[in-house]
Design a binder for this molecule. Structure first.
Ligand SMILES: [Zn+2]
Length: 74
């Protein structure tokens, strides 16, 4: 398996940069790394607003087709 990985994990870098910064939605909040609806995210400790979240892009778009393949083909 050869996956093209010429870039470091940008998603993680984005969250790392936003982590521990001030919330832009309220005055007193600070952003911490958390899971938000199953995605990696930075969420405000004060108002709970996700400043950024990373959707999982590794999910196969055609997994329904894979399920439909019968194991007893012959
Ligand atoms: Zn906030």
């Amino acid at each position: 398996m050869h996956l093209q990985q010429d870039q470091p994990d940008q998603s993680t870098t984005l969250l790392a940069r936003l982590e521990d910064t001030a919330c832009s939605f309220c005055d007193d909040g600070r952003l911490v790394r958390e899971e938000y609806k199953g995605n990696a995210a930075v969420v405000c400790t004060n108002c709970g607003t996700p400043a950024a979240q990373i959707w999982n892009e590794e999910t196969s778009p055609s997994d329904a087709t894979t399920v439909a393949v019968s194991p007893t083909d012959r």
